[in-house]
Design a protein around this ligand. Structure first.
Ligand code: ADP
Ligand code: MG
Length: 705
């Protein structure tokens, strides 16, 4: 069957999409549902009944027996609770398959075991899920059979968001309202809605499943906690964009087919920098759908890998010493009639609007650099940000030479009168040189780069949901648009006022623009001089969520209440402490039960061989064996001491107050203690007989897939 795969026919075949709705719903119902989807109006319960019934019939034809509200609690992964369609048997013992509008619109999972950060005490366990009809339902097929999945938001009974979708939808509403104000100021009377477009590029590693199962660290924590570097790493750069191996190619083919059936536009695939590392990029979609699709993509990558005897590692840093994985969040702002606000445009008129949008974004990113950084924080990403592979933890904006030059001119003279790439256009006061999309050089070291008609936020971690970065982006830019609109709507001379706003914002916020090498130490110093925040770890970044400026902004635009922000702060601290605690315990476990016994076997063998040589009575030289024994024993002692120290320090963590104090303790005390244990173990791995070493090496894992 896979040989016969017809993309055009199969694409979206498991999605209750527009075409299916049009075909299966009565005309009037279809029209009303479309209105709800497009304009965000309330869904009438009678319509919901008809939609639910059509959806159920369609799903049953696809083999579905169950349905689930598919939601995104604050654990970062999706959650679901399956209910079958069957009713209780009638007198004849027959069951019916039913699904009501009420069941479609609202679900009531027991919310008590999802993190809520104190928003909902466990005795008040009720929460509900509500259908997000802007993201289409789909049928997912796996070992559990076929299940109708309904994308939903997850809230407490008092209306607080307990998930990532609710604030995302709120932030989309905020940017819609404020961007429309800007468009109207520039004379656009026709666009009805503005929505962010998002294309997340997903990086991941693939390893052999049997080898994975021999690595308890990968199983428990998603990353290797021990491991000496193999003789070859990524220094030859022969993997990046290299030919894709057969086994991986077969896996990718299945991933694509599965994603296409689910309506995910998987588009690009290639090898990444590190051995065994790959990337998958979709064609960009509306923000909310892109976030859902990215969650689905991560699920599908893992599931399909399993079918191929492989394991997909989504962790940001599965292996020390080679590149980690991220997720580039490409973001732009697009109207319902296809205007991209980040497209420089061809006329002077469009150019001014573009400059206003650009100035708004520059000011927003500068004002809320800390929040943007926080939105990409997860325990795994701490290993990446600032290492020489991923953008530093300092937020800055890369614009490229051309645009940078225009901005320099606007700041100095208030006018952009010429283009650096001369010859293209000589421009007047209000217009820009034509910016060729690919004319600008690529700066891979920048965390926030303008790439022609979109911004690319490169800090996000590979395992993280892209909801948080987009919530922040949408809201901070909504705020900047709002401030600008407030000012320009009052202006007597619109052209003059616009000119002044652009110049002022660019002047005030130019410190955030940096086109140089983000990996250099010089930049760290320079950024400090400029007063840009350098939040090195997740624990340092979390407080950004509840600063006065953050709370004021999120409340003003109805994205988060203070209580919601405080709860998310608690959840972040807790998630951090738990993640490091699990890593520390896994290290303790592996070192005690696997590594120390293996090293002892090796020392015993060494001692035996020394004695055997001596027993022959021949005056042979055993100094090499003895030297090895001394060296190994010393490292073994170091390991044992480090192990005891880690054990003690981890136990002490329990004495800390939960929340910030505990997270800080893990960061400041436990992590260095883990590093102290890893060091002698990695040295031992280079000495001890490979046959005795209790787990596959880095070389086995990343070069033999
Ligand atoms: P790049 O080479 O700059 O990374 P690609 O064309 O490979 O650009 O696109 C990378 C990702 O960005 C893809 O997911 C793509 O769909 C997405 N993308 C392209 N244009 C836009 C846009 N205007 N808005 C949002 N995402 C976009
Ligand atoms: Mg890219």
């Amino acid at each position: 069957m896979s040989e016969m795969f017809n993309v055009a026919e199969e694409f979206g075949s498991n999605v209750f999409n527009d075409a299916v709705m049009k075909e299966r719903l009565p005309k009037q119902i279809y029209k009303e549902l479309k209105k709800t989807i497009e304009e965000g109006t309330e869904l009438n319960p009678e319509i919901a009944n008809v939609v639910a019934n059509a959806m159920k019939n369609w799903a049953i034809e696809k083999g579905a027996t169950h349905y689930t509200h598919w939601f995104q609690p604050l654990t970062g992964v999706t959650a679901e609770k399956h209910d079958s369609f069957i009713t209780s048997p009638d007198e004849q013992g027959k069951v019916l398959m039913e699904f009501s509008g009420k069941e479609l619109i609202k679900g009531e999972p027991d919310a008590s075991s999802f993190p809520s950060g104190g928003l909902r005490a466990t005795f008040e366990a009720r929460g509900y899920t509500a259908w997000d009809c802007t993201s289409p339902a789909f049928v997912r097929k796996d070992a559990a059979g076929a299940t109708l999945c309904i994308p939903t938001a997850f809230c407490s009974y008092t209306g607080e968001a307990l998930d990532k979708k609710t604030p995302l939808l709120r932030s989309m509403e905020a940017i819609n309202t404020q961007a429309l104000r800007i468009l109207r100021l520039f004379g656009n009377t026709t666009s009805k809605r503005v929505r962010p477009s998002v294309g997340p590029e997903q990086e991941y590693f693939i390893v052999d499943r049997d080898k994975y199962l021999k690595r308890k660290d990968l199983i428990f924590t998603g990353r290797t906690l021990f491991g000496a570097m193999p003789p070859k790493g990524q220094e030859l750069e022969d993997h990046y964009f290299g030919a894709i191996r057969e086994r991986i190619a077969a896996f990718m083919k299945d991933v694509n087919q599965e994603l296409w059936r689910l309506g995910v536009c998987a588009k690009t695939q290639h090898n990444e920098v590190a051995p065994a590392q790959h990337e998958l990029a979709p064609i960009y979609a509306e923000c909310n759908i892109a976030v859902d699709h990215n969650q689905l993509t991560m699920e599908v990558l893992k599931k399909v890998a399993g079918r191929h005897g492989l394991t997909c590692l989504l962790h940001e840093k599965p292996f020390a010493g080679v590149n980690g994985s991220g997720k580039h969040n490409n973001w732009s702002i697009v109207t319902d009639d296809g205007i991209n606000l980040l497209d420089p445009g061809k006329t002077p008129h469009e150019n001014v609007q573009f400059l206003v949008v650009l100035a708004a974004i520059i000011s927003a990113v500068d004002k809320h650099a800390d929040l943007l950084r926080e939105s990409a924080a997860d325990p795994g990403n701490d290993h990446r940000l600032g290492a020489n592979e991923a953008p530093p933890a300092i937020i800055s904006i890369f614009l490229g030479d051309q645009l940078d030059d225009v901005i320099a001119q606007l700041i100095s003279t208030g006018e952009a009168t010429s283009s650096k790439k001369a010859g293209k256009l000589n421009i007047g006061v209000n217009s820009l040189p034509v910016l060729a999309k690919d004319a600008t050089d690529r700066n891979r070291t920048s965390p926030f780069a303008f790439t022609g008609n979109k911004f690319e936020f490169r800090m996000v971690g590979s395992s993280d949901s892209v909801a948080s970065p987009n919530i922040v982006l949408n809201t901070i830019v909504a705020e900047a648009f709002c401030d600008i609109a407030d000012e320009l709507e009052q202006a007597d001379d619109f052209a003059m006022a616009t000119h002044d706003v652009i110049k002022r914002l660019l002047t005030d916020h130019q410190r955030i623009i940096f086109n140089g090498n983000g990996y250099s130490d010089a930049w760290v110093e320079e950024a400090e001089r400029r007063g840009l925040p350098n939040l090195k770890s997740m624990v340092d970044a979390i407080p950004s969520l509840t600063t006065d400026k953050a709370v004021a902004m999120f409340e003003k635009f109805g994205v988060f209440t203070r209580a919601e922000l405080e709860s998310r702060t608690e959840i972040q601290y807790e998630a951090y402490a738990k993640a490091i605690n699990i890593e520390a315990k896994a290290m303790y476990d592996i070192a005690s039960k696997q590594i120390i016994p293996a090293v002892m076997k090796y020392t015993t063998q060494l001692a035996k061989s020394i004695n055997a040589v001596k027993a022959t009575g021949v005056a042979a030289d055993t100094s090499t064996q003895e030297g090895l024994l001394v060296q190994t024993s010393a490292l073994l002692a170091e390991t044992k001491n480090a192990l005891m120290a880690l054990h003690e320090i981890t136990a002490k963590a329990a004495e800390c107050a939960e929340g910030e104090a505990m997270a800080r303790f893990f960061h400041d005390q436990v992590i260095p203690s883990m590093a102290a244990l890893r060091k002698p173990v990695d040295e031992l791995e280079m000495i001890v007989d490979k046959d005795l070493w209790p787990m596959p090496s880095y070389g086995d894992l990343i070069f033999e897939v």
